[in-house]
Structure formats: C-alpha cells, structure tokens
Design a protein around this ligand. Structure first.
Ligand SMILES: [Zn+2]
Length: 498
C-alpha cells in the first residue's frame, strides 16, 4: 500500500538579543550556571515582566523573511505546565494572536520543482531553563534508559527570547525525509542570514519537534498525527522520521489505526518510544497573560524592518547567477552561508574572472578551510588577497600549480601569525616563484628542451602535435612550473611553423 506522508515542524530558535525577553539579564552563551538570572526570570512572586522591544523586532523580521503577514495586534498568553526547569509554573507565550501568520518558505521539492512549504504562524515566547543530569559518579549525562543519580537546573536560559515557527499541515506540508532536511536547512539559513538567530544546533539555539502522519495516496482526510520530541541533530530528525514512516505504514497496511501520541527518539536504538498519549492545547489551560498589555504593532515599524532587511539567500543566489555568470548550483554553494557570500563578493572586486574565482573558492579555499577545521568567518586571509591571487592566475602571471602553493602559504602565514598574513605578490617575490615571462629566457628554455629531446622535436616536425605538450611539461618540470605556458606554446609553434 502506498501512503502520502505529511510532516509538520515546530521549530524553536533562540533570538539574538543582548538581554532576555522580560528582564535585563544578559543572554551570553557559555556563562557558568545560574549567573545570568534575576527574580523575574526565576519567577519570584511579585515580579513583573517588561517586554524587550528588540525581541519583538527580531520576531517581526523573521516573519517578514518567511513571507508572513504581521498582525497589527498581538497578545501574550500563559501556557501552564509543571516542569522543574520552569519555576513560574507557566511559560509566557503567544496563543490566539501571534505576531506573524500565514507565511511560507520555498524549498526544492523531491520532483526538483520549487515548493512553497506553508508556515502557519510564528510566535514569540520565553525559553525555559535547562536540566543537567548526573550519574552516580558525578559525570554529566546519564544516557537514555539509564536513571540519573541527580539533576541540577541552570536558569541562565530561562527567559531567553525564542520564536516558534509552526508549519501548516494543510498548506504544502513537507512530504518526505529529504524535503524535511531541506526545509530545516532553509529555515535555519534564513534566520542566520537576517541575524535573527545564530541557530547553533549544539548550543540548543535551534531545536525542533515534528508531527507526522500518513494517509493512503490521494485521500484528503488527515489521520491522527504523532509528535516526536527529543531530537538533538538534523541526523536524529531524519532517523526518527524514517523510523516513524516505517512504523506507521506497517500499522496502516495491516488495517490498524495510528494513535495520537507523543514519542521520544532514542538515539542509541534509533527508534521512537511512546512518551505520552494525546496531549492537546486544553491541557495547557492557555489564558491571556494579565501582566502584559496587548501589543500594537505600528505599520511604520514593520515597514522599517522590511526596508532594513538584508538580502535573503534565495535572492542572492539568483543575483550571483546573473551578475557573475556562474551556475545556479555554484551560486547556491557560495550563498549557503552569509559570511561566505560576503567573502566571495569582496574577493570578486579584485578578480575579473568570476568563474575561476568560483572554482577556486569551492575547491581550493574550501579544502584549506576543511583541513584546518575553521569556518569562513575565521579565515584570516583577507578576501582581497584571495581575489588578487586568482586574478594573477587568470591573467596568466602564475600557473594554477604555483597558485596553490601561494594560497597555502597565504593561509599558513595568516594562521600562524594571527594576522592577515602575506599578500600573494609578496609570497611570489620572496619564494622566487616569479613567473618566467621574458621572451629570450623562454626561447632559451625551448631550445634546450628540443636539444634534450630530439625524438619529440622530430615527431613535431613530422606533423604530430602531442609532443608539444610533452616539451612544455618538461620545461615546467625544470622551472618548477614558473615558465609561462601560453608563451612557451607560441614560441614552439613559431619554431616549427605550426
Ligand atoms: Zn532575569
């Protein structure tokens, strides 16, 4: 039996702000536990929340970037539940009137066509604290299925602003595991581009729960969906979805029904396990937050945020194709990260041959970055040095081979000195890599090569062109690639009247 898969994500992303959502505690990551807390974010009685304007603006920015409409009025609500990391006993969130509604993000569907995945809403809410579990020996992290000896709670994260991006299961839902991966990557990329969130997955800045249900191919109704929680990486999300698709198809194929329930992903066993059955909004007894007034969002503010919006990745990729004449695939690679696209554009100002610059970025620069395990924003080689190097290669001043040597040295001198390091011209000069372009010198090299390889010379005379490359190769070997290959070819051609 064939099934349609309906996948809907609820993504939580930590917003980039200096202070928390309702108090002035800092949001710096990596601080020692419970050093960024105050009576407000730890829910002491009698305290009152004061809304952070920057967080509201960041949420609106995310909404606009994800093609949502921004409500003129928005409300905060209390979501009541008990958990040790939630000292207030409720989370301030948005329920009935979220800031952003009815958006979408375009991904490439499995059929290769553009596919606009519907986003139902984006709302603003506060994060909870973080529980840390310890084993009997005092080491952190009792594994799944293993009981922790004791747990501690860190409230530094409590009150950090989050946006929750809820996908719409009725409007172009994600239809496969591969589309799920592309959707998550696309949302994360947009949030990073607009600087709304760093979305560092390992730091818990980008987390998701996912709903999944199946239905017989072509049918219109919705079966009860299963929610999966506790996935720490994209890889875990994919594995959980694959497992769940298998499990649900088996149930449906044998005439059973899938119960609405929340399941946890067990990373070790790569299976989902029942956590609790049926959980709905009424369980949280949402009600309007009495300590905060309703939000009036002025159109001027929304327009200003829209005006200041940085170029989004999809738009930038298209512009790279038209401006630099490179392929769509290359443009997508170069715009994958905002910093990388900036680097490329800065380098492009110093290099006329954009296609060659593209290849050198994707092949040579990426390789060096990967080898030293550093991100492009940590790359100390200034983009103008890199652009000038590729320009030297493009104009035939140096060969590709020497270019690689120079780039490696540029990279290493920058890394070891912690500074921009040496420019390409300086390295070429110092290392004696200066190309041989003098006609007489080249002529002499050709004469010597012909004398050393009379067989090759005879074959060329007899009309066979291949030994020309052989001779050039021999001269390159002798000169460590410094001879100008184009000029050598001209000289040889002239000599043999080719
Ligand atoms: Zn606080």
């Amino acid at each position: 039996m064939d099934f349609d898969v309906i996948i809907c994500f609820e993504i939580h992303a930590e917003l980039k702000t200096q202070t928390k959502l309702f108090c002035t505690c800092p949001t710096k990551p990596g601080a020692p536990p419970n050093t960024q807390v105050c009576p407000v974010c730890t829910g002491h009685p009698g305290t009152l929340p004061v809304l952070n304007k920057k967080a509201v603006e960041q949420c609106i920015k995310a909404g606009l970037a994800l093609n949502c409409s921004i409500r003129e009025r928005a409300k905060f609500a209390r979501k009541n539940y008990f958990y040790p990391d939630l000292p207030k006993g409720y989370q301030i969130s948005q329920y009935e009137e979220p800031l952003c509604e009815e958006g979408f993000i375009e991904i490439t569907g499995d059929d290769g066509e553009p596919y606009q995945v519907g986003i139902k809403r984006i709302h603003l809410e506060e994060d909870a604290g973080k529980l840390m579990h310890f084993s009997r020996s005092g080491t952190q992290g009792a594994g799944p299925g293993e009981a922790a000896e004791y747990s501690l709670v860190d409230f530094n994260r409590a009150g950090i602003p989050l946006i929750e991006i809820v996908a719409d299961h009725t409007r172009n839902p994600v239809r496969s595991v591969e589309e799920a991966r592309r959707y998550l990557e696309a949302v994360r990329q947009v949030l990073r581009y607009i600087d709304a969130s760093d979305c560092i997955i390992e730091e818990g800045q980008f987390r998701c729960d996912v709903n999944i249900s199946l239905r017989p191919k072509g049918s219109q109704g919705f079966n009860d969906r299963v929610e999966i929680k506790n996935m720490a990486s994209f890889k875990a999300v994919m594995a959980a979805l694959e497992y769940e698709i298998r499990r649900q198809s088996e149930i449906l194929a044998t005439g059973g029904t899938v119960a609405q329930e929340t399941r946890l992903f067990d990373e070790e066993k790569q299976v989902t396990l029942l956590m609790r059955t049926k959980e709905d909004a009424p369980d949280y007894r949402y009600f309007p937050e009495p300590d905060l007034v309703e939000l009036d969002i002025s159109r001027e503010l929304v327009e200003k945020i829209a005006r200041d919006m940085p170029e989004l990745p999809s738009v930038k990729a298209q512009r790279f194709v038209t401006t630099y004449g490179i392929t769509k695939a290359d443009a997508l690679l170069l715009t994958r990260e905002r910093e990388l696209s900036h680097y490329f554009e800065a380098a492009a100002k110093h290099c006329e041959d954009k296609k060659r610059l593209t290849i050198w970025t994707i092949k040579e620069l990426f390789r060096l970055l990967n080898e030293s395990k550093i991100a492009i924003e940590e790359c100390l080689v200034p983009p103008e040095h890199f652009g000038r190097l590729v320009q030297l290669i493009a104009s035939g001043e140096i060969t590709e081979k020497i270019g690689r040597v120079v780039l490696k040295e540029m990279f290493e001198t920058a890394l070891s000195s912690g500074s921009p390091g040496k420019g390409p011209e300086e390295i070429i000069e110092e290392r004696g890599l200066k190309p041989i372009v003098d006609e007489r010198e080249l002529e002499q090299l050709v004469v010597e090569a012909i004398e050393a390889h009379p067989d090759a010379a005879r074959k060329i005379q007899e009309g066979s062109p291949e030994p020309v490359n052989f001779l050039i190769g021999q001269i390159m070997k002798r000169t460590n690639g410094r001879a100008h290959a184009g000029k050598l070819r001209q000289i040889i051609s002239a000599k043999f009247s080719l």
